[in-house]
Design a protein around this ligand. Structure first.
Ligand code: UDP
Ligand code: MG
Length: 321
């Protein structure tokens, strides 16, 4: 159990964010100094290859509340976020993107709501998605509907990783044995009293998104071939395709039967064979889904490695991570 030292920790994962850093520092500092309470900012440098780290150290010279946690290599947004959460010491911990898409001013509202209503979790919920393309809105809507069905109604729609957690909620996260939890699903699943603060998501203040489509695609291909159990799932798709083809053939066979354009016996035979084959592949694929998950869980690789933490007193065990 971490002793909550500052009243508030703000965790900011950063990957190549040198262009936005001066803006971020001045805006975040303005908001946090205005609180009049002790705080720390945990900047997690997710293996940046630009001058983010140098700029962070420069900023820290004039801002002792800025703490720098450097990961050994780029581990992805979720892992960087997790690293920051596990190391934060505050009584409340807010996670926020570095690019100022989540307005730092909202942190004040989150903190006020958490305290007045005695909440352990306050979600930042996007007020409107009119800046997104219709396709993005549609897929996002689908995603949240499905997640609410799977995890439960407590999963807020349109809430990303801009949220406040109490010390108790962070400790509950720490105790989960999962190495790479999907935070936006696991957090609501913890079952703490929660509330929402609506905000308008701004455009990225500077720099470029770290998730361009091309990078996602090539990254996906590399990951699959070198590191993942995803090919196990091919059977699922083959099975599904088989079911569809089989459905079409059934219709064809019925029509052929009534037209008398068939040798008696063979439609029922090939439909049965195809159908059984498809079902078998489908079931095999489903099995593969679970085997794949067991595979990654058994590997139990840490989600990240800490290379540096400017908080020298931080001999924090990141639980098993
Ligand atoms: N980020 C990170 N590691 C990565 C990719 C992104 O720490 O490998 C950080 C990034 O610096 C930013 C946040 O995650 O603070 C969200 O990324 P981004 O703004 O690029 O995503 P988008 O808002 O476009 O979805
Ligand atoms: Mg962004």
């Amino acid at each position: 159990m971490v002793v909550a030292e500052p009243a508030l920790s703000v965790v900011v994962p950063m990957f190549n964010e040198e262009s936005v850093l001066p803006l971020l520092v001045s805006r975040l500092r303005g908001v946090l100094d205005g609180l009049g309470e002790p705080y720390e900012v945990v900047a997690v440098d997710d293996g940046s290859t630009d001058n983010t780290l140098v700029a962070l150290h420069a900023a820290r010279r004039g801002w002792p509340q800025l703490r720098i946690v450097r990961l050994r290599r780029n581990s992805g947004h979720q892992a960087a976020l997790l690293a920051g959460l596990m190391r934060a010491r505050g009584a409340y911990v807010v996670s926020i993107d570095a690019d100022l898409q989540d307005p730092p001013e909202t942190i004040v509202d989150m903190l006020r709501l958490a305290r007045s209503e005695r909440l352990d979790i306050v979600y930042g919920v996007r007020g409107d998605r009119t800046v997104d393309t219709p396709f993005k809105r549609w897929t996002a809507g689908l995603y949240y509907r499905l997640m609410r069905r799977l995890v439960g109604k407590q999963v807020p729609a349109n809430a990303g990783d801009f949220r406040l957690l109490s010390r108790a909620a962070v400790e509950a996260l720490r105790e989960l044995p999962e190495r790479t939890p999907v935070l936006r699903l696991v957090v609501p699943w913890l079952g703490f009293p929660s509330g929402e603060v609506t905000f308008l998501r701004a455009e990225r203040a500077a720099g470029r998104t770290k998730y361009p489509m091309s990078r996602m695609m090539s990254l996906a291909a590399d990951s699959v071939t070198s590191f993942s159990a995803a090919p196990l799932r091919v059977a699922t798709w083959l099975g599904l395709a088989g079911v569809v083809v089989c459905g079409v053939l059934v219709v064809v066979a019925i029509i052929a039967f009534f037209l008398g354009a068939t040798v008696s016996g063979w439609p029922s035979l090939y439909v049965a064979v195809l159908f059984l084959g498809a079902v078998q592949l489908l079931c095999l694929g489903l099995l593969g889904e679970y085997v794949a998950r067991i595979y990654t869980a058994v590997q139990a690789r840490p989600a990240y490695f800490i290379a540096e933490d400017t908080d020298a007193s931080a001999e924090l065990a990141d639980s098993l991570r």
